[in-house]
Ligand binder design. Structure first.
Ligand code: DX5
Ligand code: ZN
Length: 217
C-alpha cells in the first residue's frame, strides 16, 4: 500500500490554492513542493513565501523537496504548521548528519534524496536517522521527464535494507511516475509516489488522483 503526493510543479501557478484543493478532493496524501534554485538544478521554481501562502488553503501536509545548494541556510523558510517532511539532497549536503538534525530540531520529519546516479550505499551510515528516502527516478530539475528504469533497483535495495535492519524510513519515488508504472513501484517497496505531470496534466485532476489511489492502495 502506498500514497500519492502530487507535485505542484506541474500545476497552474496562477491558481495554486484551487489546484491544491483538487488533489485534496481526489484523495492525495501530501502536497509535494519542488524548490529549485537554478544552481543545484538548472531551473528555478518558488521559495518559502509560496509554501507559506498555501498553509491553511488545504488540510494536506506538505512534503518539501529542496533541490538547492546549501539547504542548511534556508530550512526555516519552509517550516509551516503543515510542513511534515523537508527533504534535502545527499549531493547538496557536505554535512548531511547536521542538516538532518537541523530539520528535526525545526519540528519536521527529515528526508534525504538521491539523484539517479547516486548509489544507496552513500546513505549507509545515516539510514537509521532519516524518516524518508526519496529516490529520484529522473534527473532533478524539470517535470514531465521519462522514468529511468534502473532507479527501481534502488527502491528494491532500500526496501531490503529496511527489512534486514528493521528500520522504519519511508521510501518515496519522484519523477516520471505514471498510472502505468505505479503498481510496479509499490511492489518494489515505494510508500509515497510523487506525480506531477501525470496528475496536473489530466483533464480532471481529482479523478486522476482517484485513479492512482485505486492502483496503489
Ligand atoms: C523533478 C521534481 C519532481 C517532478 C515530478 O525535479 O523533483 O517532483 O516535478 O514531475 P513528473 O511527475 O512530471 O516527472
Ligand atoms: Zn520532487
Amino acid at each position: 500500500m502506498a500514497v500519492l503526493a502530487p507535485s505542484i510543479l506541474s500545476a497552474d501557478f496562477s491558481k495554486l490554492a484551487d489546484q491544491v484543493k483538487l488533489i485534496e478532493e481526489g484523495g492525495a496524501a501530501f502536497v509535494h513542493m519542488d524548490i529549485m534554485d537554478g544552481h543545484f538544478v538548472p531551473n528555478i521554481t518558488f521559495g518559502g513565501p509560496v509554501v507559506k501562502s498555501l498553509a491553511g488553503k488545504t488540510s494536506l501536509p506538505f512534503d518539501v523537496h529542496l533541490m538547492i545548494e546549501h539547504p542548511e541556510q534556508r530550512l526555516a523558510d519552509f517550516v509551516t504548521d503543515q510542513t511534515e517532511y523537508i527533504v534535502v539532497h545527499q549531493e547538496a549536503c557536505e554535512h548531511l548528519d547536521r542538516v538532518i538534525h537541523q530539520i528535526k530540531e525545526l519540528g519536521c520529519k527529515a528526508g534525504v534524496a538521491l539523484n539517479p546516479a547516486t548509489p544507496v550505499s552513500t546513505l549507509e551510515c545515516i539510514l537509521g536517522e532519516v524518516d524518508l528516502v526519496l529516490v529520484m527516478s529522473v534527473n532533478p530539475g524539470f517535470g514531465g521527464q521519462k522514468f529511468i528504469p534502473y532507479t527501481t533497483l534502488k527502491v528494491c535495495e532500500l526496501d531490503e535494507i529496511r527489512n534486514d535492519e528493521e528500520l522504519d524510513f519511508l521510501i518515496e519515488v519522484d519523477g516520471g511516475v505514471t498510472l502505468a508504472n505505479a503498481e510496479m513501484l509499490v511492489e518494489s517497496g515505494a510508500d509515497i509516489l510523487v506525480a506531477g505531470s501525470a496528475v496536473f496534466g489530466a483533464e480532471d485532476v481529482a479523478a486522476r488522483c482517484r485513479e492512482f489511489n485505486e492502483i496503489i492502495r
